[in-house]
Design a protein around this ligand. Structure first.
Ligand code: GLC
Ligand code: CA
Length: 552
């Protein structure tokens, strides 16, 4: 039996907080306007000692033509020169481990770049030994694509190859051909990629569009989206179909059972983690990615908070749905932002962003934070001539582009917000608010979002009830407030969140008094009466219940 099995101690990825770095935008050490690995190394102390996160997830750093900014990989086992070298990677990994942090890297299994040698070989002829590594099909008799599948990034999912007279499948841009995971050689080559990085010492993988790798083997047409009227044409054509055949085929579970076995082998040394990017909002299907025997992914990302209409009732409903489906013993997780979603502070506003941070940092489950979220960074409006994202270029004007949430990290009030070592224009513009929303200023300001995050993380880390205790919703009369209890080892906490811009009072069944441990508002009273707990506009507070003897 492995050491961690049966042990009560939660594993590092259960207890800790994951911080996502979008490497192009974190810190540019050599002044070319693009973030890089030595830049991340320079800022590890910020992550370890100031924000105090536990693990870092790096979006792709591998050689890539950068059509999709690294999610189009042309070599899985090297580093793109724009980010540095394999040596820089090793130095970074050592730096991460020396500080007691963990490093999770991105694994992109669904597709390669069209510049990957595998694809170049595959497209060279119909008889190529790698032809079947990708998904090639003849046209229909009338010359049109083999089925009606669409690319998420606009247009058909099929690209015609004149030279060999067939179409290939690409779920994303045409420069991202989909691999054929039904071919055992592909699977084995991709497992070698996992081994390469595990041997180098990474602590786990974030698996890009993990559920996409297995499609209907018969490549049947998708039916129309039943939510739309017959003649309704959605602005983003992708919405016109019900995507039942182009991803999420049940065969995907077998692959992740094998991935899990591989990680478990390495786990004898120290536990490694697999986190799947799974956009699935049907809870029973979502939870199936943990595996019936909890033998698949350690966690499918839970993206429900990214799309929720921000209200106490809707957020509570999500948490309760998650708590309900993970009863099988799975470990929950919550995501507030990432490189594909408009920033938290732009979605819910600056004041509620603080409430949201308090929420995920006090729920049961692993929180993932997106770089800059701890500062309250917002989306940046990108003028058309500066647009970088292929999604925005292909499907313009619908607000689908992802550049706004990918702008440079705001380190200080100096030139380029301290992102770049020189004053060269960064690859995306710096936000206008960088003079006030930046690390240096916020570290000195006890009312800053960074300070709030630091206080919440300190409390979470030192409090078993908050990182690993039980969760229980508490009924309150006030519809704009969401209140819950976290408890372990005789310590009991109440988290009360006011989702409105009005003062509210909640009466809690907890009798007696409590002590405010953290509030989103600085000047909060230490002692409070839980029978009449007053919350200021947009206030959240974590209260430790004093008379734990009165527990029901
Ligand atoms: C995932 C990534 C996204 C990328 C896409 C294609 O959704 O998060 O950034 O464009 O996969 O790889
Ligand atoms: Ca650089």
């Amino acid at each position: 039996m492995r050491a961690e099995e049966g042990a009560k101690e939660p594993l590092w990825w259960q207890q800790g907080v994951i911080y996502q770095i979008y490497p192009r935008s974190f810190r540019d050490s050599n002044g070319d306007g693009i973030g890089d690995l030595p830049g991340i190394l320079e800022r590890l102390d910020y992550l370890a000692q100031m924000v105090t996160v536990d693990a870092i997830w790096l979006s792709p750093i591998f050689p890539s033509p950068m059509v999709d900014f690294g999610y189009d990989v042309s070599d899985y086992t090297d580093i793109d020169p724009v980010f540095g070298t394999l040596h820089d990677f090793d130095v970074l990994l050592t730096g991460v481990h020396d500080r007691g942090l963990r490093l999770i890297i991105d694994f992109v299994p669904n597709h390669t770049s069209d510049q990957h040698p595998w694809f170049k070989e595959s497209r060279s002829s119909r008889n190529s030994s790698k032809r079947d590594w990708y998904i090639w099909r003849d046209p229909k008799p009338d010359g049109t694509p083999p089925n009606n599948w669409l690319s998420i990034f606009g247009g058909d999912a099929w690209e015609w190859d004149e030279a060999t007279g067939q179409y290939y499948l690409h779920t994303f841009v045409k420069e991202q051909p989909d691999l054929n995971w039904r071919n055992p050689e592909v699977k084995s080559a991709m497992f070698d990629v996992l081994r390469f990085w595990l041997d180098r010492g990474v602590d786990g993988f974030r698996i890009d569009v993990a559920h996409f790798i297995m499609k209907d083997p018969a490549l049947r047409d998708n039916p129309p989206n039943p939510a739309l009227g017959a003649r309704e044409i959605p602005a983003h054509a992708w919405e016109s179909q019900q995507h039942i055949h182009n991803f999420g085929h049940p065969d995907v579970h077998g692959v992740y059972r094998e991935v899990r076995r591989l990680l478990d082998e390495y786990g004898n040394e120290r536990p490694r983690v697999s986190i799947g990017e799974i956009h699935e909002f049907n809870w029973p299907i979502w939870v199936s990615y943990y595996g019936k025997q909890l033998d698949e992914l350690h966690m499918p990302f839970n993206f429900a908070l990214l799309n929720v209409v921000w209200s106490a009732a809707a957020v509570r409903a999500i948490v309760e749905a998650v708590e309900d489906v993970v009863r099988i013993g799975a470990w929950p997780n919550y995501v507030l932002g990432n490189h594909d979603t408009h920033r938290l502070a732009s979605r819910v506003g600056a004041a509620q962003a603080r409430v949201a941070l308090m929420l995920v940092l006090t729920l049961r489950g692993t929180p993932t934070m997106y770089y800059g979220e701890e500062l309250g960074m917002k989306d940046v409006i990108i003028p058309p001539e500066l647009v970088q994202d292929p999604f925005e270029k292909n499907v313009p004007g619908l607000g689908l582009g992802r550049d706004p949430e990918r702008t440079p990290m705001q380190w200080s009030a100096s030139a380029n917000a301290g992102f770049s070592a020189t004053d060269v224009a960064p690859w995306l513009p710096i936000a206008d608010d960088f003079k006030t929303i930046n690390v240096e200023s916020e570290l000195e300001d006890p009312s800053s979002t960074l300070d709030l995050v630091r206080r919440l993380l300190e409390l979470r880390r030192s409090t078993l009830a908050l990182h690993s205790g039980t969760y229980q919703s508490i009924e309150v009369e006030e519809p704009d407030c969401y209140v819950y209890r976290r408890e372990a080892d005789g310590r009991r906490f109440v988290v009360a969140l006011n989702f409105s811009a009005e003062p509210k009072t909640v009466s809690l069944p907890e009798s007696g008094r409590g002590t405010v441990r953290v509030s989103t508002h600085l000047d909060s009273d230490g002692e409070v009466d839980l029978r009449r707990l007053g919350l200021r506009p947009n206030e959240g507070c974590v209260v430790e219940v004093q008379d734990s003897d009165s527990r029901e």
